[in-house]
Design a protein around this ligand. Structure first.
Ligand code: C2E
Ligand code: MG
Ligand code: MG
Ligand code: MG
Length: 287
């Protein structure tokens, strides 16, 4: 009986494995097609400056709705794209869509377009011609680097080569702003930060989630904010979901908040509505 049971378990395990690898194969094939067809869209999540309650920018987050697979999360397809090298053409398609959205927003009379940050994958950033390639896309759409911010994870910049510093300094000189994303999840010593020309540090959601319940997390976040400010880097808290979290972060001197508490990532048209409503709300509160 035990033997039979064991065999069943093995069979189940094998079935799961088959299902997983089958999904991966379909995903990869569909992803290739989608990149070819530029079949993605972008949602934009507002970032709110705590001092003035202004929307100071938005983060571009890719969305993929596949006819066979339905909505696929970037948490699933970005790592697959990284493993298969598809991340490079995918990232370029994403940047093109961001530039087109900015153009579209301008054509609707929004002259003061908000700065847009977008996520840069390690493999993409490591390409020797990374700067030339993103620059040529931006020029093609007549978009200015001043409107764009690059979000790099700690892991990407921690590779600790002189190359990375040189690249970042060049990008900064061209007018791009630079953020470190998911800060606190890597293995970095804080001391490396001053070697990079950074504008923003984004504290990872895993810290923010627990700041109101765990004194340890609160202490860490407080220390990160202090240190960043010493280095003249602004701090963004990611994944803020409650009023209590926002209030505590404000007390701790955090500069900017991004999270469901203010808004989920929004389709371009919904973002325009949000901006309008937010301004009215802000002015009423200031009266
Ligand atoms: P990320 O860059 O750290 O983006 C923040 C993620 O947290 C987004 O998930 C966002 O929707 C989610 N989020 C924002 N506020 C809250 C909140 O209050 N609560 C919770 N629970 N979640 C919140 P999303 O869009 O699923 O993206 C996940 C990750 O996938 C991103 O993490 C980023 O690493 C990657 N990704 C997304 N879009 C792109 C892209 O265009 N290019 C690249 N290379 N990676 C991307
Ligand atoms: Mg990000
Ligand atoms: Mg993040
Ligand atoms: Mg994250």
């Amino acid at each position: 009986f035990a033997k039979q049971n064991g065999r069943n378990q093995y069979a189940f395990y094998f079935d799961d494995l088959k299902k997983d690898s089958k999904r991966l194969i379909v995903l990869e094939a569909e992803l290739r097609k989608a990149i070819q067809n530029k079949d993605f869209y972008i949602h934009y999540q507002p970032k709110i400056g705590l001092a003035t309650q202004e929307i100071i920018g938005v983060e571009a987050l890719v969305r993929w709705n596949n006819e066979k697979l339905g909505l696929v999360s970037p948490v699933e397809f970005i790592p697959l794209a990284e493993d298969t090298g598809l991340i490079i053409p995918l990232s370029e398609v994403i940047l093109e869509i961001v530039c087109m959205d900015i153009l579209e927003s301008r054509s609707q009379g929004n002259i003061s377009v908000l700065p847009v940050s977008f996520n840069i994958a390690s493999l993409h950033f490591q390409q020797d011609d990374f700067i030339e390639r993103i620059n040529s896309i931006i020029m093609k759409y007549n978009c200015s680097p001043q409107l764009l911010e690059l979000e790099l994870t700690e892991r990407t910049v921690m590779k600790d080569s002189e190359d990375i510093v040189v690249k970042l300094i060049k990008l900064k000189a061209m007018g791009f702003k630079i953020s470190i994303d998911d800060f606190g999840t890597g293995y970095s010593s804080l001391s490396y930060l001053n070697r990079f020309p950074l504008n923003y540090l984004k504290i990872d959601r895993s810290f923010i989630q627990q700041i109101t319940s765990l004194k340890d997390k609160q202490a860490i976040v407080e220390a990160i904010i202090l240190m960043a400010h010493r280095l003249r880097i602004k701090v963004i808290a990611e994944g803020v979901e409650t009023k209590d979290q926002a209030k505590l972060l404000k007390e701790m001197g955090c500069d900017i908040i991004q999270g469901y508490y203010y808004s989920k990532p929004l389709a371009p048209n919904d973002l325009l509505d949000f901006i309008e409503i937010w301004e009215i709300y802000r002015q009423e509160r200031n009266l």
